[in-house]
Design a binder for this molecule. Sequence first.
Ligand code: ADP
Ligand code: LRH
Length: 471
Amino acid sequence: MTATVAAIDLGATSGRVVRAEVGRGVLRLDEVARFENRPVRIGGGLHWSVLGLYGSAMDGLARASREGAIASVAVDSWAVDYALLRRGRMLGIPYSYRDDRTAHGLELVDRIIPQPELYARCGLQRMPFTTINQLAVDRETGLLEAADGMLMLPDLFGYWMTGRRVAEATNASTTGLMRLDGSWDADLLAALGIDASFMAEVVEPGTRIGPLSAEAREHFGVEGAPDVLAVGSHDTASAVVAVPMEEGAAYISSGTWSLVGIETPAPIATPEALAADFTNEGGVDGRTRFLKNVMGLWILTEAVRTWEAAGERIALPGLLAAAAEVDWAVPVFDPTDAAFYPPGDMPARIEAWFAARGQRAPRGRAEVARSILESLAEGYAVTLRDAARISGQRVERVHVVGGGSRNALLCQLTADRTGLPVIAGPVEATAIGNVLVQARTLGAAPDSLEALRALVRDTADLTTYAPRPRG
Ligand code: ADP
Ligand code: LRH
């Protein structure tokens, strides 16, 4: 038996709708729609166009449904962002995690609970944009007072599609408000002045949220009557489902962000993990994603955007080819520095990073691009060594999935700096993880994550990069 399902996969730069056929030994994906996603600055805030995204996603779903009946659909997106609700209606426009109010949010939360104590409760890397920090700002501005509930963005879409409010577990684990045991942290919520009824019921990936509403079907012209399912609605959780890994492997989910780590059977919120600033995010089937956010290709994208603002079009393949030609040792910076979070002039920030340390900064586009990639690769290497040391797990191979798996230079530098073979692919891991969990729910794919990963291994296009000897 095979199942035909649709994935709505929302990335920070683009969203896509994928139609897939999944069964034992079968995994076929067809991208039926792709649409731009960019935050919009209004009134001093950086916001997501959630209505536009929802409309584009539903149009894509309608297109997918016209090619033949779809049994189910599920949504995943980037983590941490949310909508506030009042009596079931969206209140205000959701903020982007790149809005710079988050730095202040971090200070507000520090006043409520010291980081080591927060870490012991929720086990998350200290990052300005974590939901709890954003909610602390909403509280200060009075917005929270007007709200009686919130939903993470994939749950918001699920609610609009079905009328049912849920909090999918993997994404809820990125809020900083969920305990390591997977329940909402009532004490922390109370400390923020939030009533327990504010949060929706937590559901696991594989839960049926409900049938797609008649409103959605009629307004967007979706044919048939697909069920809306919960999957790993945090995109990274879905991506990790589709990493074709076996024991002894680590992964890098590489796109706008680089999420670098391993899968562990349980959270590791020890003082060593805190010191290395690792996150414990909830994975599918109760696994833990023990990883670190190492900033990602965002730095390169923003650098290109800055250069293009001067009027010249820069093609990524050409820039990467020039960066590969650089045959001297380039200076390396810490890509996880908070200076690189907000949108802006990355080449100037990189220069400032080196200037502040009295070091030579890279010069010219090729060297800057190479420095960004070397710095990311070095960040990955340090992170993977820390992951192995802290967890006691072996790390013998590294899988790279997502758009960054297409960056051959970065994959090679990662192999060189980790000293480990790098296996690149699949590019669309997130959408694959999304459809696999749906198909499993429908009884059309195997039960265990290991068997799902074997299916990816058997069907995906993978490229291996061997580490080069240091010369
Ligand atoms: P997200 O889902 O976070 O928006 P993706 O997984 O789609 O991100 O990855 C996007 C990134 O992948 C781009 O920023 C770019 O750096 C990289 N990428 C995509 N295609 C290529 C390519 N052909 N060559 C090199 N890099 C690529
Ligand atoms: C990747 C991602 C990542 C989070 C970030 C906010 O898209 O979900 O896992 O750290 O966005």
